[in-house]
Design a protein around this ligand. Structure first.
Ligand SMILES: Cc1cc2nc3c(=O)[nH]c(=O)nc-3n(C[C@H](O)[C@H](O)[C@H](O)COP(=O)(O)OP(=O)(O)OC[C@H]3O[C@@H](n4cnc5c(N)ncnc54)[C@H](O)[C@@H]3O)c2cc1C
Length: 435
């Protein structure tokens, strides 16, 4: 069984408003829809359905936002990380591809509306996202990205090195792709706020209620936890990378990949870092993505090295940030460093699994879950509302294990990206970058 990283290391539960009280399930209850997992996928679905007046119970093994939704780096970038838009259409077909693209590209604006309507305190800032070009060749390739996203209704643009420096404060970049719709946030604040909003519409949320199994009982489902049961017409497993038990084999539909996030102590005067308060991506294969929180902390994430110690990882964050912001001190004061788990699977677009009549699971978001959790929430809502399978934006598939090569493929891909970066940088005649 996977051992998850401790949530006690994470900054966000301390800086988000406290969660509303929620009790473990301790009796037998009834609902139209039982949702398992209080992350973004489960909570957006619960909010939509409870708003429509449906009776919803959410069961969460730990606390609201315990999984990726309470511990991510806090970037809401309404794009596809691993695929071009034409790649999404190629994979899903024109109808589904267009539908998923439409959802994903509007996700940040939709979340902004939810945050505003329910007054969710989550440090939401929608000042844009800048993906930098660390080599000349990469800037040229970004023109295609700009054209594709703009053809799909976005207003993105390319910026030259000077404009990138003005927006992000970054030195050593050749330009970048600016997406004005990108946002950043306190992810636990959003999770807790979504839970409160859903509860406001009548959804019942039970924390510390790990689902141990779900069985067909006549035309309904009996969902079991140690303290009680839910009889429901429909069951949705939205347990992501943090799946523990609940449904046999669900935790084999993906492979875990760890991400690391560091947060400095507040540095309110370090305004040379991200002066326009955007999210910045340094453009390299092993990404460095960072932002400032509401208190002036720099919050930066990257993939950890397989055998890297905590101090080595922090030194790497120091040197990567300082490469772009030379006025930063050599050693930043790090307040916390945590890791978290991604549910990686081969095609990196979320997978919906048909578990039986009236039962479904979603896993495999493979990162970028802040916008994608909203997207998935819309698809799960359609499913719960009996939209025919053929009209769902994502296909329903039989449960299948992720291929075993997925245990190492993401790590190998990272190493390959690093080699490619070093080669491209050397060819550009650039000074060696920290890696
Ligand atoms: C360190 C890190 C950094 C990231 N950074 C970003 C970022 O900056 N931007 C971005 O868009 N995405 C980011 N992601 C990805 C994003 O956070 C996730 O994709 C997203 O939160 C997944 O949401 P989810 O609802 O699928 O699952 P989760 O949020 O993981 O929720 C699943 C929930 O199910 C519960 N559960 C599991 N099993 C059971 C059971 N048997 N019974 C009851 N409950 C159960 C878990 O306890 C958990 O709370 C990051 C992820 C990590 C880990």
């Amino acid at each position: 069984m996977t051992r998850f990283s401790p949530i006690s290391d994470v900054l966000w539960p301390r800086t988000a408003p406290p969660a509303d009280e929620a009790q473990p399930l301790d009796s037998a209850v009834e609902a139209e829809i039982c949702i398992i997992g209080a992350g973004y996928c489960g909570l957006h679905t619960a909010l939509n359905l409870s708003k429509e007046g449906r009776s919803v119970v959410v069961l969460e093994a730990d606390e609201v936002g315990f999984g990726g939704s309470g511990r991510n780096a806090g970037h809401c970038t309404p794009t596809f990380h691993h695929h071009s838009l034409s790649g999404v259409i190629e994979m899903l077909g024109a109808r589904r591809g267009d539908a998923v693209i439409g959802l994903q590209l509007s996700a940040a604006d939709q979340i902004a509306q939810i945050v505003a309507s329910y007054d969710i305190e989550c440090e939401w800032v929608q000042n844009g996202y800048v993906m930098c070009a660390s080599t000349r060749g990469r800037l040229a390739a970004m023109a295609q990205k700009r054209d594709d996203y703009n053809a799909a209704g976005q207003s993105t643009r390319l910026a030259d090195a000077d404009e990138v420096r003005a927006i992000t404060g970054m030195h050593g970049q050749f330009g970048g792709w600016v997406h004005p719709g990108g946002a950043h946030l306190n992810p636990m604040g959003l999770s807790r706020g979504l839970a409160r909003a859903a509860q406001g519409h009548g959804a019942r949320i039970h924390t510390r209620s790990p689902v141990t199994g779900a069985q067909r009982d006549g035309a309904r489902w009996r969902v079991a936890t140690p303290g009680g049961t839910v009889m429901a017409d429909k069951v949705i497993f939205a347990t992501g990378a943090y799946t523990q038990g609940g449904w046999p084999g669900l935790d084999r539909t993906f492979r875990i990949m760890r991400v690391m996030v560091g947060a400095t102590r507040p540095m309110p005067n370090a305004t040379e870092v991200l002066p326009q308060n955007v999210t910045a991506h340094d453009g390299r294969g092993n990404i460095l993505v960072y932002k400032r929180d509401a208190y002036g902390r720099i919050v930066a994430s990257m993939f950890p090295r397989m055998f890297g110690s905590r101090s080595r990882m922090l030194r790497l964050l120091d040197s990567r940030l300082r490469f772009h912001h030379p006025s930063l001190p050599k050693r930043l004061q790090w307040e916390c460093l945590w890791t978290g788990e991604l549910d990686m699977q081969r095609n990196t677009i979320p997978r919906l699994y048909h578990l039986g009549e009236g039962a479904i699971a979603v896993t495999g978001l493979s990162g970028r879950g802040v916008p994608t959790g909203w997207t998935v929430g819309q698809v799960l809502t359609d499913w719960a509302n009996d939209v025919p399978e053929a009209d769902l934006a994502l296909p329903l598939e039989p449960l299948a294990q992720a291929p075993s090569y997925m245990a190492i493929a993401p790590q190998l891909a990272l190493r390959a990206y690093e080699l490619r970066d070093r080669w491209d940088e050397w060819r550009d005649g650039q000074p060696s970058r920290p890696w």
